[in-house]
Ligand binder design. Structure first.
Ligand SMILES: Cc1cc2nc3c(=O)[nH]c(=O)nc-3n(C[C@H](O)[C@H](O)[C@H](O)COP(=O)(O)OP(=O)(O)OC[C@H]3O[C@@H](n4cnc5c(N)ncnc54)[C@H](O)[C@@H]3O)c2cc1C
Length: 486
């Protein structure tokens, strides 16, 4: 039986800055890349929707295809299978002697459980795990995971004071000695969306997947369109593609290493000088690292209803409310535009995410974990630590010092979309409404409705809850929960 080394790809769909691949290629044994479409990732959740929706699945498919091309170019095959990873490893071990497995570290409990099952099937194989998802490996930070500061600003201050660790070198192996696969053991086709139990996309994906596309986006945003220069001013925009970097789908799926982004920021600074925007983009990458560290510190507590603080806030269950939120039919234009954008494209800006998550928890009072699960299903940039971490904070069960912070979704629409262009884009039934009606259609009387040819309650829903009343009630529930937990 021929011996081989496996590089197991998961949320690291790239060949650059990939230490496991680099290590594997220096071992002298034939290398086999492996990606498994884990059937557990495509199951239907108890909430009635798939754990991975079609937009994210398509992004992953394209990224795996791109990875295969890049790996093939270096000389190694990428085996693609659909099933459970432990079964896939067993089937490989029946054909080849798997001497070593190289992979990047994941910190989610689901991933660790799967890893454990694979190891059980291969008791004589050595597993080498490297850290690779963040700017700075945890062991290079000036504190242990247990000592991680409980707020982001403390975390940033410690880094500013102690100096950030140096970045490790970014490299790609020049070639990889690939394993030759026998005819009856082919590389394998990628499963279609249908085979993954999903519907086809109605239109081409908004963000094409893959490391090659990630590099195009990086160069476009920073250099060609020169948008890094104005990032600080535009990053809260909700409509235009270049308002923010849109690096997140590529970072979340590992098509792009955050170190490469930082390297390009530094290159830009050397050429054109530092400014507040160049710092701000770096600052956002630090947020990403921070949520990963919070996850590492608190482990499964990031999924608990009472979150990191153990604050027993009552979470309500209302299927009708949940459905209207998911479908963008709440009667609040900012929430509806953003939720329809998410459902139709798998993306939503950070400003919009904060608003819809706040509305979900602070107006509707629904269980934040269901909102987070819907994001997990839909977002092309889903990342377990960033998603559940951000939800925890918005729900008020993170380490945040402010217990009840709610976004006024109407005021936010006025402030961040003053002419209503974003709302009009996603809500065709409101497209004739000028500002300020577009921000508050509920305020329109019969005359205005007639003037603009809209019938509220029929063409567009009336608000499902009173904005101020619901917020007031919810605040009381939060305060009560806080008193009870003292
Ligand atoms: C409720 C909620 C859920 C979220 N879920 C996710 C998620 O699953 N995956 C994800 O990558 N981001 C998530 N975010 C963070 C943020 O909304 C997205 O990273 C951002 O909108 C992506 O767009 P961009 O790449 O243009 O961001 P930019 O503004 O250009 O930021 C650059 C990069 O910094 C990182 N970043 C920026 N803001 C944050 C943040 N608040 N937390 C963590 N990283 C950040 C991202 O990697 C992003 O690509 C969530 C935010 C909220 C409020």
């Amino acid at each position: 039986m021929n011996s081989c080394i496996i590089v197991w790809f998961r949320n690291d769909l790239r060949v650059h800055d990939h230490l496991p691949l680099l290590r594997a290629s220096s071992r002298g044994l034939p290398v086999l890349g492996l990606y498994v479409f884990d059937q557990a990732h495509y199951k239907t959740l108890s909430y009635g929707f798939p754990k991975t929706g079609k937009h994210r699945a398509q992004f992953i498919r394209e990224s795996v295809e791109d990875l295969r091309q890049n790996l093939n170019r270096l000389g190694a095959p990428l085996l693609v299978r659909h099933g459970s990873p432990e079964e896939v490893f067993t089937s490989i071990s029946e054909r080849f002697h798997i001497q070593e497995v190289f992979l990047h570290e994941e910190i989610g409990s689901e991933e660790l459980t799967v890893e454990g099952k694979v190891r059980d099937r291969l008791p004589h194989t050595t597993f080498t795990i490297d850290h690779g998802h963040n700017l700075y490996p945890p062991e290079d930070l000036p504190f242990t995971t247990r000592e991680l500061p409980d707020t982001f600003s403390q975390f940033r201050k410690v880094l500013d004071k102690n100096g950030v660790p140096g970045l490790t070198e970014i490299s790609i192996p020049s070639s990889v000695r690939g394993l030759s696969l026998p005819r009856d053991f082919p590389e394998g086709k990628l499963p279609t969306l249908q085979e993954l139990g999903l519907k086809e996309l109605e239109r081409p994906p908004r963000y094409p997947g893959g490391s090659s596309k990630a590099k195009e986006r990086l160069l476009h945003y920073i250099f060609k369109a020169d948008r890094l220069k104005v990032y600080k001013e535009t990053r809260n925009g909700m409509l235009k593609e270049d308002d923010s970097s849109k690096f997140s789908p590529y970072l979340a799926n590992g098509c792009l290493s955050p170190k490469v982004v930082l390297d390009q920021i530094r290159t830009y600074e050397k050429k054109y000088g530092k400014n507040e925007s160049t710092y701000m983009l770096y600052f956002e990458l630090l947020w990403r690292d921070y949520f990963h560290l919070v996850h590492r510190k608190y482990r499964d507590r990031i999924f608990y209803p009472a979150g990191l603080k153990g604050n027993r806030i009552p979470w309500h269950d209302d299927q009708e409310h949940l459905r209207r939120w998911m479908d963008g039919m709440t009667g609040y234009p900012l929430v509806d535009a953003a939720m329809r954008e998410l459902k139709q494209t798998g993306f939503m800006s950070n400003r919009a995410r904060q608003n819809v998550a706040s509305f979900f928890t602070k107006n509707l009072g629904l269980d934040w974990r269901i909102g987070a699960a819907w994001f997990e299903s839909q977002l092309v940039d889903y990342d377990v630590s960033s998603n559940y971490g951000n939800w925890l904070y918005i729900a008020g069960v993170g380490n945040d010092a402010v217990p009840f912070r709610a976004f006024n979704v109407e005021k936010q629409a006025h402030d961040y979309d003053p002419d209503g262009a974003y709302l009009r884009y996603w809500l065709p039934e409101l497209k004739e409404l000028p500002a300020p009606w577009i921000h508050q259609p509920r305020e329109m009387g019969m005359l205005e409705q007639q003037q603009y040819g809209i019938n509220l309650g029929e063409d567009y829903p009336l608000p499902m809850v009173d904005l101020y009343e619901s917020m007031k009630n919810r605040k009381q529930e939060y305060e009560q929960a806080q008193k009870n937990s003292r």
